[in-house]
Design a binder for this molecule. Structure first.
Ligand code: CP
Length: 314
């Protein structure tokens, strides 16, 4: 794999390698003994992905470069390709890109000499989010096979839904969708459950935000949406004892989930955010290694004691 663009490009072995590497980064500190720059080019708003990439880069000893799109030469009409080439020319060793276009990577056309990591592409792909979600699920269940995982909400406009459904199916889970009929996408080929079925049968209930910025004409009052399609306190009580709640964030409290459930006992929403740092460290090092920009002996273990317990090997 040249660039880290899509879950489609990842084999099961590669996914497991990345999850095991993330677990090593969770349990130990590592640092790369070479000066390297990581450019973070975010053309769409982001809090979790952008900040966790920056934390991941700093933890590894990389120097983050941050583009503020509104204050950059993008405003003067510079293209994505020319922006990316500029960062390469001034010394970036890896590019992390989020852009509203589904296929923004086609503009780069593999013409760069440094690795590119997809931090979110339109409605199509969000591979590092899928990795952190898979890692959070593995932390809980130590397996994927035959887990019932339901993705609930605005499936139609969600890159998280697409990437997660593909990754979790590859890993052996049973993936379902649920939500308002106008927000489903039957062409993806996953079974669609009623919300009541999903709540009672799922080991993992993954809620999605309504992507208002990506569509028009689906307007519900928050309370009406919550009652019809969201996770209310009453529905949460019907979940299996062991079942967990995920949400990629940002959360619309009181819309797709009752506000009191965001930090309830079965919520793993903030664990997902923490895990985002470890999986992004894993993806950054894998790309730098694949490209020969670093070698294994340049990744130094910094601590001598385990800080946290590793999870069972995948
Ligand atoms: N989950 C996610 O991508 O969040 P941000 O948009 O805040 O990065």
């Amino acid at each position: 794999m040249r660039d880290f663009i899509s879950v489609q490009d990842l084999s099961v072995a590669e996914i497991k390698y990345l999850l095991e590497t993330a677990d090593r980064f969770r349990t130990h500190d590592y640092e790369i003994s070479k000066q390297l720059f990581a450019a973070n080019l975010f053309f769409e708003p982001s809090t979790r992905t952008k900040m966790s990439f920056i934390v991941a880069e700093r933890k590894l000893g990389l120097e983050p470069l941050e583009l503020h799109a509104e204050m950059s030469s993008i405003k003067k009409g510079e293209t994505l390709y020319d922006t990316a080439r500029t960062f390469e020319a001034i010394g970036a060793n890896v590019l992390v890109i989020r852009h509203e276009a589904d296929d923004w990577m086609k503009e780069l056309n593999e013409k760069l000499s440094i690795p590119v990591i997809n931090a979110g592409a339109g409605t199509k792909d969000h591979p590092t989010q899928s990795l952190l979600d898979a890692y959070t699920i593995y932390q809980e269940f130590e397996c994927f096979k035959d887990l019932n995982i339901t993705i609930a909400g605005d499936v139609k406009h969600s890159r998280v839904a697409r990437s997660n459904a593909e990754m979790l199916s590859k890993l052996g889970a049973n993936v379902y969708f649920t939500g308002a009929p106008e927000l489903m996408d039957e062409s993806l080929g996953y079974p669609i459950l009623t919300l009541d079925q999903a709540v009672e049968q799922s080991d993992v209930l993954m809620l999605l935000r309504i992507q208002h910025e990506r569509h028009h004409g689906f307007i519900h009052a928050a309370i009406e949406y919550l009652e019809k399609y969201g996770l209310t306190v009453e529905r949460e009580r019907k979940m299996q004892n062991h079942a967990i709640i995920l949400h990629p964030g940002p959360v619309n409290r009181g819309v797709e989930i009752d506000s009191s459930l965001v930090e309830c006992k079965r919520s793993r929403i903030f664990n997902q955010m923490e895990n985002g740092v470890y999986v992004r460290m894993a993806v950054l090092t894998k790309q730098l290694l694949n490209w020969g920009i670093i070698h294994d002996d340049q990744i130094k273990k910094c601590d001598t004691i385990e800080r946290k317990q590793p999870i069972r090997a995948m």
